[in-house]
Design a binder for this molecule. Structure first.
Ligand code: HAM
Length: 417
């Protein structure tokens, strides 16, 4: 019997949940203030969706998908990323008929069969946004700004925004040809997979992890030198808006991203404090993806952020105080349980409240309160008859007999916290 945790996945234990809530709540608040709505799509989809969208020549599709056949022999895949499912939902539900522009966000688990290491897992969680129906560069700016602001609102530092433009279907063929001409000279040193990529999608060679290719990448032609006028203006405007808003960015002419659907803008936000898994956010524009899926010609763009990586950073930077310490009621007598139930009910509108077992002795209940991490303990004793309540902060040693009046109790707890 194997009941071990499978490799590359992890439990998210209650002690870490405050970080998850913090990230999710901060994101929801920010995204909704920019008029994004939440969408929840299925965890598995037909495999074809990712082959066509994420791309046949990507590492994700070639090596990393959790694919299985169901009882009717259909090929299904646990989603390795969120974008294809969102586009599918946009098409399945004909959202384009209801809304000229669709702005959505999502939070949920993704699955990639990668070699696990710190910051890289086989089940991980992404928080992402997608915009469908806007082709103007202002929206590229808004998408990047939202990623930057989310990290800022979480008080994260040491982050760098890198941007590049990959051109569109008009200018990409020229760039593709230049890349093939360049790499063709070294073809005999390539692995079979990279030979195939040279024929089918030479852009993929630029994000190869093969050392030979990494060395060759330096001298390779850059997409930015092949942009058509429209792509050039689009990229310049994006940079203008970023500068107007004082968002610092770095031009990274070799940044191509590991997914096939990108056109024009691509970007990543990286950190210096996560070792080799340094990308926290990745995103870009995909003006042909909806059409690739047989839909109308509707442009799109978005980003996704790895929540586990973000939480590693939050813990490193250590300046988030987490509001999850409960107040504990303790009583040694059945006579005061009723008062405890009533008071706790009211205090629960503001605090997390827990109640000890009146059958246990004082020492056991105090030990339990301590193990719950609680500082504030409220004692229900015979003082209740005199309309008094003892409150003690076990961290500071401060204790008070407060009047049995809700406002006074709340004020006293507030000052003792
Ligand atoms: P991606 O760059 O493949 O883009 O993933 C986005 C983020 O997910 C990464 O920057 C990283 O933080 C996190 N991530 C990826 N793989 C793992 C892993 N194995 N373990 C932990 N975290 C990981 C996308 O997925 C695109 N769908 C982004 C996008 C949305 N582009 C346009 N719209």
């Amino acid at each position: 019997m194997n009941i071990e945790l499978p490799r590359g996945v992890q439990d998210i234990l209650p002690e870490d949940i405050p970080y998850w809530h913090l990230v999710e709540n901060t994101a929801r608040k920010l995204f909704e203030s920019y008029n994004y709505e939440e969408i929840r799509t299925p965890i598995f989809e037909y495999t074809e969706l990712f082959r066509k969208g994420t791309g046949e020549t990507t590492d994700i599709v070639m090596k990393e998908m959790y694919t299985f056949t169901d009882k009717k022999g259909r090929s299904l895949t646990l989603r390795p990323e969120g974008t294809p499912g969102v586009i599918r939902a946009f098409l399945t539900n004909k959202i384009y008929n209801q809304k000229p522009v669709c702005k959505v966000y999502y939070i949920g688990p993704m699955f990639r069969y990668e070699r696990p290491q710190a910051g890289r897992y086989r089940q991980f969680h992404q928080l992402g946004i997608e915009v469908l129906g806007r082709k103007d560069p202002y929206i590229d700016f808004e998408v990047i700004k939202l990623a930057v602001d989310l990290l800022k609102n979480l008080k994260l530092e040491n982050l760098e925004v890198e941007i590049n433009s990959l051109g569109c279907i008009k200018c990409r063929p020229n760039y593709r040809e230049a890349l093939i001409n360049y790499f063709r000279k070294y073809e005999d040193q390539f692995s079979p997979i990279d030979k195939e990529r040279l024929e089918r999608n030479p852009l993929r060679l630029l994000d190869s992890k093969d050392e030979k290719l990494i060395a060759l990448k330096d001298q390779a032609p850059q997409p930015i030198d092949y942009l058509c006028d429209e792509c050039k203006i689009h990229f310049e405007k994006l940079q203008k808006y970023l500068s107007l808003d004082n968002i610092k960015y770095k031009l990274s002419p070799k940044l191509v991203r590991g997914l096939d659907y990108y056109t024009k803008t691509v970007f990543e936000i990286t950190t210096t404090t996560l070792g080799s898994q340094n990308a926290v956010v990745g995103g870009g524009r995909y003006d042909n993806l909806v059409e690739t899926y047989g839909g109308p010609s509707i442009p799109g763009l978005g980003f996704a952020l790895g929540i586990e990586r973000l939480i590693i950073l939050l813990k490193q930077q250590n300046h988030i105080s987490l509001p999850y310490i409960p107040l504990i009621f303790i009583t040694l007598s059945e006579d005061y349980v009723e008062a405890g139930i009533k008071l706790a009910k009211i205090l629960r509108t503001k605090y997390r409240v827990d109640m000890g077992s009146p059958q246990e002795n004082l020492r056991t209940q105090l030990k339990w309160a301590d193990r719950l991490g609680s500082d504030i303990v409220i004692f229900l004793t015979e003082e209740i008859v005199k309309n008094k309540l003892k409150i003690k902060n076990f961290k500071t040693g401060e204790e008070k007999y407060t009047d049995l009046n809700l406002n006074t109790i709340l004020e006293d707890i507030e000052t003792m916290l």
